[in-house]
Design a protein around this ligand. Structure first.
Ligand code: C2E
Ligand code: CA
Ligand code: CA
Length: 652
């Protein structure tokens, strides 16, 4: 063959080589080398390059009839077979990696996976002695033998494995990745088919190289996964990978690094300066952890996902990160200390879904974490709170909150004189969530005002219906959280709601807990004054549970004081408790406030309280908090109900 004819003959190989070189350069240039997937990709391309180059050499030497050319052609064939047989197994493995499944392949399944490949390689390696795969006849013509077909069969096997995995982990892939993989697997298969059936067209390697180019552009391209500022993976990538990991059921170690001063730094220094610190944290994380495990989840949080069940290793990494925050970080010329809270959990043991992890990344961690990595029990506590926040949002959307009423009895007349509105949350997932859990959660999540409005609206609606008046109720008690009533504009908000229902403010009594901190005191004083001027009344709730400065608490203008159930219960138990109750009652009386005692559960307690001559009683002895309709029925029937003997004694 002439030089030009040979060139023509090997043009598919030359194109393949050019494609491979382009892919290699671009991949290395983009720095896509860190992940196992990247490395396998590079190996595939290198492999194809060797095949292409050796095939070109073969094409040029086979046309010459010298012993040297003969020898080189033979060697070239041999080398290209050795490499080529490894191509589809590598490609199949690559598909596994992209599907995120190769992580949990056991050694045994890897060996099984490699068997067809090893078999063909042995057949090829034996060729110099056996001519099983190919040989040159006496006219120095290249001839294929049966061994060549084992290579194609093995190639088909790996293409099928690739397709199988693709279908199996279909859910774990983005649509773009699915389409790309389907297209390129088909392309490779078509190349093999043409090559078997129509030998003169040396197209197989070329379709492989095309597929590699396509993979580089579609799958290896991670630009839309990278966060520009930090160079780590972005939030989208995190959400996506998490879903992928959950779909494939793999075990991952999750570390959360929250830089707690990030939001204030953004405000004070500006985004550029704050980003410089973020970057230096990312740089540090990249030094101690694989770069592809780091995700920038939100303004102040990195999430690290480490494959496998090596919890000890993750714990050590988490501790190291936390300790690093004891030293300073360098931003743009500036060196400061940052504060961080570090959390650690195992996926899927501690997290039920990708959303759980995202939720943890986004939720504030108000508890002081000190020098401790939050994990295990801390985390389940944290996650319970996340669950509750989620239930709160569900309830807000579905309007499934309900207001219950617990009657309050006047000791003197034994009539229901008022009721306390208590919020109830029944969630479809968590069941009944007690207010002690969801009220603080609502405060953290910044939705306590919405809840407060809801309760107040329900209560106003009830009063506006005229039923409470008809029942002879003086008022309805509404609990207020400190956080809620010290918000700016709180008084106006309340007035707005009450006015819109046309309700007389004197029918509403607000209950505020005794444990008022000094900083809240002034704000609270203003709120109470403003609303009392409108006609609302106030009760000091939970008297006896806080350690407030009694003098300042009593200078707040409360109308009534509600003695906490704890005080009543301990009064029954010992003489010190009894003395505290007696003194509390006396002191409140001297302050000219009405006294309510909550938590009344037994006749014994009623007897005790009637001796002390308190004003109102509330407790399970009379009724638990009940839905509005039940409460109305109870209050309507009260006149007919014969009171227990003890009550008759007490009232006479
Ligand atoms: P609280 O204001 O001290 O409410 C009294 C709590 O004691 C209620 O619990 C009530 O069910 C319970 N209780 C009443 N009598 C007895 C009794 O005889 N024995 C026992 N063992 N318990 C009794 P609940 O409903 O779980 O509420 C807990 C706390 O949640 C309330 O304490 C209040 O601080 C808060 N809360 C409830 N609803 C609201 C609301 O609408 N807004 C705000 N800000 N807080 C609320
Ligand atoms: Ca209360
Ligand atoms: Ca209480």
């Amino acid at each position: 063959m002439s030089f030009m004819a040979t060139l023509h003959y090997s043009s598919f190989y030359i194109c393949s080589a050019l494609l491979c070189i382009s892919c290699l350069f671009y991949t290395l240039f983009q720095g896509r080398v860190a992940r196992r997937q990247n490395q396998v990709y590079i190996l595939i391309v290198l492999n194809m390059l060797f095949c292409a180059l050796s095939s070109i050499v073969v094409a040029f030497c086979e046309g010459r009839y010298t012993p040297e050319a003969h020898f080189i052609a033979d060697m070239g064939r041999f080398i290209s077979y050795v490499f080529h047989a490894a191509l589809t197994p590598m490609f199949g493995y690559y598909v596994l990696l992209v599907c995120g499944n190769a992580w949990h392949l056991s050694r045994r399944s890897l060996v099984l996976y490699a068997i067809p490949f090893l078999f063909t390689e042995i057949v090829i390696l034996m060729n110099p002695l056996t001519d099983w795969v190919y040989y040159y006849d006496n006219t120095f013509q290249y001839c294929r033998n049966w061994g060549a077909y084992t290579i194609y069969i093995s190639a088909f096997f790996y293409v099928l494995v690739g397709l199988f995995n693709l279908l199996r982990y279909w859910r774990a892939l983005t649509e773009a990745k699915r389409n790309a993989l389907v297209f390129f697997i088909t392309l490779v298969a078509v190349g093999i088919l043409i090559q078997i059936t129509w030998r003169p067209i040396q197209i197989e390697l070329f379709t492989d190289a095309l597929a590699a180019l396509g993979l580089m552009l579609s799958i290896e391209d991670e630009d839309n996964r990278i966060d520009m500022a930090t160079g780590t993976y972005n939030r989208r990538a995190l959400a996506f990978d998490l879903r992928n990991f959950f779909a494939t059921g793999q075990t991952f170690q999750v570390i959360g690094v929250r830089i707690t001063d990030m939001t204030s730094m953004h405000r004070v220094m500006g985004a550029a300066a704050a980003d410089a610190f973020l970057r230096s944290v990312a740089d540090y994380l990249r030094v101690i952890l694989p770069p592809y495990s780091i995700y920038y989840a939100n303004v102040s949080t990195y999430i690290i996902l480490l494959y496998g069940d090596n919890e000890a290793q993750a714990a050590e990494a988490a501790m190291r990160i936390l300790e690093r925050f004891e030293r300073t970080w360098t931003g743009d010329k500036l060196e400061i200390r940052l504060h961080a809270s570090v959390t650690r959990g195992v996926l899927p043991k501690n997290f039920q879904s990708a959303e759980d992890v995202m939720f943890m990344a986004d939720s504030p961690i108000p508890i002081s974490t000190g020098n401790k990595v939050l994990s295990g029990r801390d985390l389940s506590y944290l996650l319970r709170r996340l669950d509750i926040e989620r239930a709160l949002h569900r309830a807000l959307e579905g309007r499934t909150f309900e207001v219950y009423y617990q009657p309050v009895y006047e000791l003197r007349t034994l009539q229901i004189k008022s009721a306390e509105a208590l919020l109830r949350l029944r969630d479809q997932v968590l069941g009944n969530v007690p207010p002690a859990e969801f009220i603080p959660a609502a405060e953290r999540a910044g939705i306590i005002e919405t809840l407060g409005d809801f309760v107040l609206e329900q209560v106003c609606e009830f009063i506006a219906s005229g039923v409470p008046d008809e029942l002879g109720l003086d008022e309805i008690g509404v609990n207020l959280s400190m956080l809620q009533c010290t918000q700016p504009g709180f008084a106006d908000r309340v007035k707005g709601i009450v006015d819109s229902y046309g309700v007389d403010p004197s029918k509403i009594n607000f209950e505020i807990t005794e444990s008022v901190s000094a900083s809240d005191y002034n704000a609270l004083d203003t709120v109470i004054r403003t609303l009392k001027a409108e006609g609302f009344t106030f009760s000091m709730d939970d008297y006896g549970t806080g350690y407030s400065n009694m003098q300042s608490v009593f200078s707040l203008d409360f109308d009534r004081v509600k003695i906490d159930k704890g005080i009543l219960w301990s009064a029954e138990k010992n003489s010190i408790g009894r003395a505290i109750l007696d003194n509390s009652v006396r002191m409140i009386r001297e302050m000219h406030r009405k006294i309510i005692v909550e938590g009344v559960e037994t006749e014994e307690q009623i007897r005790l309280l009637s001796h002390l001559n308190v004003d109102y009683l509330q407790g399970f002895y009379f009724s638990k908090p009940i839905p509005k309709d039940e409460f109305v029925t109870l209050a309507r029937s009260q006149h007919k109900t014969a009171h227990p003997k003890v009550l008759r004694e007490a009232s006479s």
